[in-house]
Design a protein around this ligand. Sequence first.
Ligand SMILES: Nc1ncnc2c1ncn2[C@@H]1O[C@H](COP(=O)(O)OP(=O)(O)OP(=O)(O)O)[C@@H](O)[C@H]1O
Ligand SMILES: [Mg+2]
Length: 363
Amino acid sequence: MTALQLEKIDKYFGKTKAVDGVSLEVQENEMFFLLGTSGCGKTTTLRMIAGLEQVDGGAIRIKGRDVTRLTPQKRQIALVFQNWALFPHKTIRDNIGFGLKMQKQPKTDIDAQVENMLQVVGLPGFEDRLPGQLSGGQQQRVALARALVLNPNLLLLDEPLSNLDLNTRLRMRSELVEVHRRLGLTTIFVTHDQTEALAMADRIALMEDGKLLEVGTPHEIYESPHTEFTARFIGEKNSLQGTVSAVSDTEQQVRFNEDSYLSVPVSSKHPVQEGDRVTVFINAEKIRFFKADADTGGDNYFQGTVENIMYLGTSNKYSVKLQTGETIVHDQQTTQDAPKYEKGDRLQVHLDPAHCICIKEKQ
Ligand SMILES: Nc1ncnc2c1ncn2[C@@H]1O[C@H](COP(=O)(O)OP(=O)(O)OP(=O)(O)O)[C@@H](O)[C@H]1O
Ligand SMILES: [Mg+2]
């Protein structure tokens, strides 16, 4: 069942087209992410879903019902913003129960629901405290409880974790996934943090410049991006530009230098023809190193020299200048048995064809 459907929605602010023909479908119980750089239109899209902004074109449907012209109250949507203002002088009980009180529910019912919600977000016994007596992460959970207690059709979260320190953020990620799993509530989560999206999402929609570029599972978005923007935005990829010099049934050759070639498997997702200008992408952790004199043979092995090493804790980031002139970056886990290389070492770099993604340049 489709929980939410956006059909070619547009939004102008003056002459700026903040959202440009965005269409998407979110399924019931899905944890759906909108991901993109600052200013790409994520918050505006959320605000239109919630009814806080009117669309300038297109339609919004919730569970099949057209809500495009409905007020926010009639849409039954909960929104949690980055700066989740709690009422500072009200207790946690009154903060969470506020919406229910507005609905004129009896006090005993409200108290029972508030208690239940505090259990759900892992804060039982906090009813009588004031927001100022809670940590940032705990306040965030209260904000979530305040949204959830209204039993919304949809939960919209706009960068809800960006104010938290790294450890709290990581813990809240798992807690949100757990609460989502338990309640099974359709959730749309906005972030510009790709690691957050990859770690938490059922599916991710990539936005750029008001447009929706592609939708996929974290694995699809990371391993086989559709667009060049996604390839550059997600993960750390090496890119080599070149021209397709030959295409067979299974393989295509890309000439990226005078007489240097990359072999890339043919992909139905990215059809190319001889003569096309393309960029070949390969994730930094997918590169492999071999000794300079190792008897490798096969496609996509290149001689190179280590130019720089950056220690990142869990990995070392190597920059290697290939004989052909290009620089390749390799992210190598600092496991005990990982071979170590020094600056100036010569080695062979393998750009495994299985991990190469060849995307045609825009005309
Ligand atoms: N009320 C407004 N009036 C005028 N322009 C606006 C308004 N709100 C947003 N914009 C513009 O619309 C575009 C999209 O803004 P939006 O807030 O949706 O981006 P975002 O993807 O949420 O960015 P961020 O990650 O920085 O929060 C931007 O160019 C922004 O300047
Ligand atoms: Mg925003």
